[in-house]
Write a protein that binds this ligand. Sequence first.
Ligand SMILES: Cc1ncc(C[n+]2csc(CCOP(=O)(O)OP(=O)(O)O)c2C)c(N)n1
Length: 323
Amino acid sequence: MLRWMVLARRLDAECITLANEGELITYPGFEGQEGAQVGAAFALGTDDIVFPTFRELAMAIVRGVDPVAYLRYHRGTWHGAPYDPIVSGFAPICVPTGTQLPHAVGWALGAKLDGSDAVAIGCIGDGATSEGDFHEAANLAAVWDAPLVILCQNNGWAITTPLAEQLRGEIVRRADGYGFPGIRVDGNDVLAVHQVTRDAVRRARGGDGPTLIEAITYRIGPHSTNDDASRYRDAREVELARELDPITRFRAFLLAERVADEGFVLACEREAEALAMRVREALVATPPPPVDDLFAFVYVEPPSSFEAQRREATRQAGEPPRA
Ligand SMILES: Cc1ncc(C[n+]2csc(CCOP(=O)(O)OP(=O)(O)O)c2C)c(N)n1
């Protein structure tokens, strides 16, 4: 888990640099959330699936998603899943806040009807728990005992809106209203997140329905590379959050317990550096796909107006007409 957290953080930092260089259009960083993401991802089996927001790159790489493919979305050269969601068990990146949860419930119910014991984990931010989609998904999952885990990474802010201005109650207690368990966990403690997610996955797999996990964490960086968080966040708040860093803490624990040594930590850091460089080079060298691909997966039976747009776009791009 430490290795993945270190890889994820280095990759995240590289993505921010790539965005600042104009190689990514925009990028939502997750520094500080590695513990929540890696701990939860480690609790899943190969047949399970993550329904992510736009901020789950750490979960994606743990699931085996190729980061170069993943980042094509942020580079603006492909749609929400520039990888195979079924093979990786990682559904398309979801930018509309909250809409991934009804998808996760639908998938979970489908798995149940198929007689599979697979579980869906739907990720959500604290802000998105104010969306109707969250509530509709939670209610449906509850009444139909969907094998679903809702992982809310409560990172304190929804862009400029702090938690206190988002809701009056507590996120974790929202589960009470729907009649399933809610559990709050220290999202900066990777082992704690792993444990509660494993329990929730086991519960879902056993047919006992959904669980809501509220992982309390903090997003050290701005909402995205297009945002200046210093305009609305107090610098002291960020400094305090740094002291709770999930990687520093887990590393110290592993070293103190002699589960890992400095050599292992160094090897993780070297691997992370190599990964960041490999991803940078491969991403920048990846050509944009044919314009025609943009139109390929939209309709089973495309309307004629759409076909006309397709022809015009490919003509403008200088691509040969489709057979
Ligand atoms: C349906 C919808 N409404 C508004 C937005 C604009 N928007 C993007 S991110 C965001 C805030 C999300 O906050 P939160 O759910 O806490 O997730 P975080 O970004 O903090 O990880 C908003 C309002 C959107 N993407 N989709």
